[in-house]
Design a binder for this molecule. Structure first.
Ligand SMILES: Cc1ncc(COP(=O)(O)O)c(C=O)c1O
Length: 410
């Protein structure tokens, strides 16, 4: 069968393989110690309380068995999210629970927003580097993703202005807090400047914020959506993946009422509705626990993981040329090894030779060939005893790779 002759243009030409998934697959096959997985630490999944929540909902008379008639999501959960975010000072006045749309994770939110707004040939701005699975969604829509260099305090405003002077862009996709992959957080001052640019050049801001509640530094700064006030051009994405469990597949979008209406229509054309069992169980869970305590436990644990990995890396891998940053929260350390000319090649070398997995930083850049000496290391799942061993293996791998690179230059 000539399948390519039957597939449409998007399927033939615009679907990308996940490079993250490819590395994770080889890492698992080689039983490597992973400093690569951007996932929560399994021991922090609140399994017992979640089981109780599911059981309570299963034995209730809530309408969990039929098609859900709340296509934007279970009302109680939308109300809870709006109140929670408002309590944290993250929302502007105009947002009510009617502006909250529940998703099957932020990834679905990104995909539905792409369906709502993007056409082949459009140009959008993204941080460089950024989250590749979002870039994949945008490219699937046929758009050009232009990178704005990301600095430790947020996007490079001058570079953004230069790009905007020569291009009409439809939106800017940003991960402002403890970014994936860098761990960088955009300052509130930069958020205001970027909002001014968004008004001047009339583009939307997609604010993807799944790591905000994993902070080691207290309040990690405000949101674009709050700072924008009455201007409804910011669309906010939140997620329960990093603070409860990604297997639940649940997140949310906060947007202008007109956008929420269209998201609902796209939802109905795609999956009809989301499971009410899940949404009610999450509502039962978040209202039944001491959420502040739960989030503090997560942040405290991840901070310990960060500190342990950082100090082991300083001892074992930095002497081999690794330069590393210290993030204020989230899951990731970002760094570079200036003498490496192809981090992708090093990643596979390290897995096969020293059984340690890292993420090459170049896969996070919107333009090919950039960040070839950069590296993302995840501390989320790395307990302190693993950190020591992982850093040692990384140091060994770097030493051996340097010799191999010198013997067989690219
Ligand atoms: C920046 C960013 N956005 C979105 C997602 C996807 O999140 P979800 O599990 O809510 O779909 C991730 C997952 O790693 C992420 O890092």
């Amino acid at each position: 069968m000539d399948w390519p002759g039957r597939f449409n243009d998007c399927t033939n030409n615009r679907l990308e393989d996940s490079e993250i998934a490819a590395i994770m697959k080889v890492s698992a096959a080689e039983k490597a110690l992973s400093l690569a997985a951007g996932e929560p630490f399994g021991a922090l999944y609140p399994v017992g309380p979640l089981q109780e929540s599911f059981n309570r909902v299963l034995s209730s008379d809530l309408p969990i068995w039929g098609y859900s008639n709340t296509r934007a999501g279970v009302a109680g959960l939308c109300v809870w999210i709006a109140e929670w975010m408002r309590g944290d000072g993250l929302l502007p006045e105009w947002v009510t629970s009617d502006n909250v749309f529940i998703t099957n994770g932020s990834q679905e939110g990104l995909s539905l927003l792409a369906e709502c707004f993007l056409e082949p040939g459009d140009t959008i701005l993204v941080e460089s580097p950024s989250y590749p699975e979002a870039l994949g969604v945008f490219r699937k829509s046929g758009v050009k993703c232009l990178g704005v260099p990301l600095l430790a305090d947020g996007p490079d405003i001058e570079a953004m202005e230069t790009t905007l002077a020569g291009q009409k862009v439809k939106m800017f996709y940003t991960i402002p807090t403890f970014q994936n992959p860098t761990g960088f957080t955009t300052s509130d001052e930069k958020k205001r400047k970027i909002l001014d640019l968004a008004k001047k050049h009339d583009f939307l801001i997609i604010e993807d914020d799944p790591y905000r509640n994993l902070s080691f530094v207290g309040f990690p700064g405000g949101t674009y959506i709050h700072a924008a006030g009455d201007d409804e051009r910011v669309i906010y994405l939140g997620s329960f993946s990093k603070i409860i469990a990604p297997g639940l597949r649940c997140g949310w979008v906060v947007s202008s009422g007109e956008v929420t209406e269209k998201l609902v229509k796209h939802r109905v054309m795609g999956t009809l509705c989301l499971p009410e069992l899940l949404q009610n169980a999450i509502l039962d869970f978040v209202t039944g626990i001491d959420l502040t305590r739960h989030l503090k436990r997560l942040s405290d644990t991840y901070r310990q993981h960060r500190d342990a990995l950082l100090s082991s890396l300083r001892e074992h891998a930095c002497p081999e040329g690794l330069e590393i940053t210290t993030p204020g929260g989230g899951f990731f350390l970002w760094g570079r090894v200036p003498w490496i000319r192809d981090m992708g090649r090093f990643a596979y070398f390290a897995i096969r030779n020293e059984k340690v997995a890292i993420m090459p930083g170049d896969i996070f850049f919107p333009q090919r060939g950039q960040g070839i000496d950069t590296i993302r290391l995840s501390f989320s799942k790395v307990i302190p005893s693993m950190a020591e061993e992982g850093a040692k293996r990384l140091g060994e791998a770097l030493g051996k790779f340097r010799t191999a690179q010198e013997e067989r230059p690219l």
